[in-house]
Design a protein around this ligand. Structure first.
Ligand code: ATP
Length: 449
């Protein structure tokens, strides 16, 4: 089968002409329709890049009412498709009207394959260029944005990160494991004036207590057995940049005191050294633990907490972010498929439903691993529920009192459908059973971009 980018839809009610056109344009993946309803069904199914349509369609093939109505539908449903209307010999008025409504071009019958094919090829080229432009624009956005989300609370978190990145304040990121604390810390660094300097991360829980001090503060040659050469610590390496202390709740007591001293005086001494080295770093730290509890239990210094927590940002777990699981899943599928050289992979409808129903205790990291495995396991180009290793979602789980929470339900539906179809407005409007303008209105009303 030719690829989707080369699909041509021919809307023609005369069977003989339909046949002739199909033969003439067999370079493309041709799909056919003979009236408005079947044309719309084909558009939903194939998303044709180019459409040729006769303006006179049944039930009234002698006037243009049905054709113009179809054109209006297409412009709303598939604005990226290029429509060429086929008009009668002396029907300039309707040709111009069609262009005014959003048709790409018109062609006056009689049918001459060579002439029409020139028009069609040009329409394909324009369509390809526009798609490529949109793809490049998306890529840039993705690279800058780093953090994928459409959830309202998470977007608020991102705005906070954006605001505090311009300041010198220390930031404490709170969130379950795998929620993206390190990605956010890096985002904060990239948005700050320190972006050109180093971002140095250290996981306080992953390094044995007796090594953590030398990792953080560095050491002089001969400071201890095995210290064969002078080695700067992470704090020193991060000079002028950002130091990210992950799992700060696991920092042992004596090191808490030493870190506090550093934050107050902004100088360090390497282990075994006598020299005070001034250091300028922005400190960002993170933990999945409840620091207030640790303070109450005497396991975390309150004075250190207030030094570190000038700004506290709480990151919601994935299960509380509306639509994000599906959105991230689509994006991971794209990434892993291309990493594995499998060009087009997608999630089946049931797979998306299973992803939405799962609670993701390991958050984005768990989802990322799950999709990575699935892209390897899937036999064809579609990822099915068994490839994910998840339970299929139950149909109709949960009922709402829609009258009471109608607004909320509408908002949820829009957010989740947008995520499910990966932001494709045409598909989202179709799934929600509303026109695109209505969808835009809803998005405006709920403050969705
Ligand atoms: N919103 C997001 N968009 C894209 N990728 C994400 C997002 N959030 C997290 N990730 C990816 O998920 C993985 C886990 O994220 P990260 O390491 O930042 O989590 P964490 O909260 O620091 O976890 P831990 O507390 O276990 O260290 C990473 O591979 C990261 O790239």
């Amino acid at each position: 089968m030719a690829d989707k980018g080369r699909t041509l839809l021919i809307v023609e009610d005369d069977p003989a002409l339909q046949k002739q056109m199909r033969w003439s344009f067999d370079d493309y993946e041709v799909v056919l329709a003979s009236d408005r309803e079947s044309a719309l069904a084909q558009i939903r199914r194939h998303e044709p890049a180019v459409i040729t349509m006769d303006l006179g369609l049944p039930p009234a093939p002698d006037d243009v009412t049905e054709g113009m109505a179809l054109l209006g539908d297409i412009v709303a449903l598939a604005p990226q498709s290029k429509v060429i209307v086929l008009t009668g010999q002396n029907d300039r008025a309707n040709a111009l009207r069609a262009i005014g409504m959003g048709a790409y071009d018109f062609y006056a019958k009689p049918f001459e394959p060579e002439l029409l094919s020139l028009l069609i090829e040009r329409a394909f080229r324009l369509h390809d260029l526009q798609m490529e432009n949109a793809r490049l624009a998306n890529q840039t956005l993705g690279a800058e944005g780093r953090f994928i989300t459409r959830d309202a609370n998470m977007l608020r978190v991102l705005r906070t990160i954006e605001k505090v990145s311009a300041t010198r304040a220390t930031v404490l990121l709170l969130g379950e494991s795998g929620t993206g604390k390190e990605v956010l810390a890096k985002t904060l660094h990239d948005r700050s004036e320190r972006a050109g300097e180093r971002f140095v991360a250290i996981n306080c829980a992953a390094i044995p207590d007796n090594l953590l001090e030398s990792e953080l503060f560095g050491y002089e040659k001969g400071a201890f057995t095995g210290a064969t050469k002078q080695t700067p610590g992470k704090i020193e390496v991060a000079h002028k940049g950002t130091l990210f202390l992950d799992e700060i709740g696991d920092l042992p007591g004596p090191l808490q005191a030493k870190l506090l001293r550093f934050l107050q005086e902004r100088v360090i001494e390497r282990l075994g050294g006598r020299e005070e080295i001034p250091i300028d770093v922005r400190v960002v730290c993170a933990t999945h633990q409840n620091l207030q509890n640790l303070i109450a239990e005497g396991r975390f210094r309150e004075d250190l907490y207030y030094r570190l927590a000038e700004i506290v940002v709480t990151i919601p777990p994935l299960r509380e972010r509306e639509g994000d699981a599906a959105l991230l899943a689509h994006s991971f599928v794209k990434r892993f498929a291309s990493e594995q050289g499998r060009s087009s992979m997608s999630l089946s409808r049931e797979a998306v439903a299973a992803i939405e129903a799962h609670k993701w205790p390991g958050n984005v990291r768990e989802l990322e691993n799950c999709i990575k495995r699935a892209t390897i396991m899937a036999d064809g180009s579609q990822i099915m529920v068994p490839d994910l290793g998840l339970k299929p979602a139950e149909e109709n789980a949960g009922f709402f009192n829609l009258r009471q929470i109608r607004e909320e339900a509408e908002r949820k539906a829009v957010v989740s459908v947008l995520a499910r179809v990966d932001g494709n407005m045409v598909k989202a409007a179709e799934l929600l059973g509303v026109s695109r303008p209505t969808l835009y209105d809803l998005m405006n009303r709920f403050g969705l971009r």
